[in-house]
Design a protein around this ligand. Structure first.
Ligand SMILES: Nc1ncnc2c1ncn2[C@@H]1O[C@H](COP(=O)(O)OP(=O)(O)OP(=O)(O)O)[C@@H](O)[C@H]1O
Ligand SMILES: [Mg+2]
Length: 369
């Protein structure tokens, strides 16, 4: 096992008698990897991170950092550094002292402390701010000081709990890129919590997508985007979200009746067993092909057009039940009138089918054939 890897084996957490916050998570994070835990509010992200930090006990399972089982180690013995949403800087200390604190406690010589602080200040461009107190810093600068305090300790792991969520959109974007550059430079194994799927996609080498305490899928951002394991993951990753439509499998698995839209030929599928069953069809807004020259394929009336500059989002919805609604994303700007019929098709290789009950992606079954 590499020195600074992190291994979670069936890790679970129950608060009190029956609040099951984290359920049997298995994951291996390689030395130097940046893994993002992403999921909606309350799904157990912080609880999982805090168990790794040693701030919560584990109810079941094991956590290894490198080769060491850390379940029963105090936070200070784990050699991990955590960055919180509110930064938790010491308000009465200068930036220099905030960063130097951990080294002073370790009893390092003054000269060495000064050298390490100045190295880290240089990496984070904090040199002109070393004598200021936290209250005289902007949000982004405070965030960098909080990072500096972690880097200076040279820990085995960085743990981040939504560190950018207090910043405005532009700064958050900028800090995201800085974090990514920093990781390229330091290559410290990192576990990063966010509920923002765009942040997760841009930062993570791999993602752990959590839902109600479970890891629904673990994989690279692109693998998760292309092959979401469940309807939940499909809907959570990607912006704007995947379109979902009710459908029934017909013709011994060869076609699907999309309610309110029409019939669709399926890839030579292995869905014979699903004949007559209800499924959920998924297609991403960017994968729908709009037919401008010929009036063929499905059609729906346009109800709203969002012009974003580089892209346009065309929202369509039928007026009559079952009122299927979809969003189409087109590059560039487009003229559509409200109420105008738009003709479109779903390329077979971009189509996802999910089990109507379990939400499992059926593409695996289709592609096996
Ligand atoms: N100390 C606690 N005692 C009891 N229940 C708790 C405790 N801490 C968290 N929980 C519950 O455990 C679940 C997971 O909480 P957690 O804070 O890990 O979620 P999260 O994914 O970090 O959410 P958010 O995105 O809102 O920060 C929630 O249902 C929460 O109410
Ligand atoms: Mg949280």
């Amino acid at each position: 096992m590499p020195k600074n890897s992190l291994v979670l084996r069936s890790v679970g957490k129950t608060y009190g008698k029956n609040i099951s916050a984290v359920k049997n998570i298995d994951a291996e994070i390689a030395d130097g990897e940046f893994v993002v835990i992403v999921g909606p509010s309350g799904c157990g992200k912080s609880t999982l991170l805090r168990m790794v930090a040693g701030l919560e006990t584990v109810t079941s399972g094991d956590i290894f950092i490198g080769e060491t089982l850390v379940n029963n180690l105090e936070p200070a013995q784990r050699d991990v550094a955590m960055v919180f949403q509110n930064y938790a800087l010491y308000p009465h200390m200068s930036v220099f002292d905030n960063m130097a604190y951990a080294l002073k406690i370790r009893g390092l010589a003054k000269k060495e402390i000064k050298q390490r602080v100045s190295e880290v200040a240089k990496i984070l461009e904090l040199e002109p701010l070393l004598q200021r107190r936290p209250k005289a810093l902007s949000g982004g600068q405070r965030q960098r000081v909080a990072m500096g305090r972690c880097i200076i300790r040279n820990p085995k792991l960085f743990l981040f709990d939504e560190p950018l969520s207090n910043l405005d959109t532009k700064l958050r974007h900028q800090m995201r890129l800085e974090l990514k550059k920093l990781h390229h430079r330091l290559k410290t194994t990192s576990l990063y919590v966010t509920h923002d799927q765009v942040e997760a996609m841009t930062l993570g080498d791999r993602l752990i997508v959590m839902n109600q305490g479970r890891a629904e899928q673990i994989g690279t951002p692109i693998a998760i985007y292309q092959n979401p394991a469940t309807k939940f993951v499909a809907g959570f990753i990607g912006s704007p979200g995947m379109n979902f439509l009710q459908a029934t499998i017909t013709n011994s698995g060869k076609t699907a009746d999309c309610q309110g839209l029409g019939q669709l030929q399926l890839p030579d599928s292995g869905l014979v067993g699903y004949n007559g069953k209800n499924v959920i069809m998924g297609i991403r807004p960017e994968h729908i092909v709009v037919e401008t020259a010929i009036k063929s394929g499905f059609n729906l009336p346009v109800i709203l057009v969002e012009t974003l500059g580089a892209d346009s989002l065309i929202h369509c919805e039928a007026e009559t039940p079952p009122q299927p609604a979809i969003t189409i994303r087109l590059t560039g700007t487009h003229q559509f009138n409200i109420g105008e019929q738009i003709y479109f098709s779903f390329p077979q290789d971009k189509l996802h089918l999910f089990d109507g009950e379990s939400g499992a992606n059926l593409n695996q079954i289709i592609n096996k054939k």
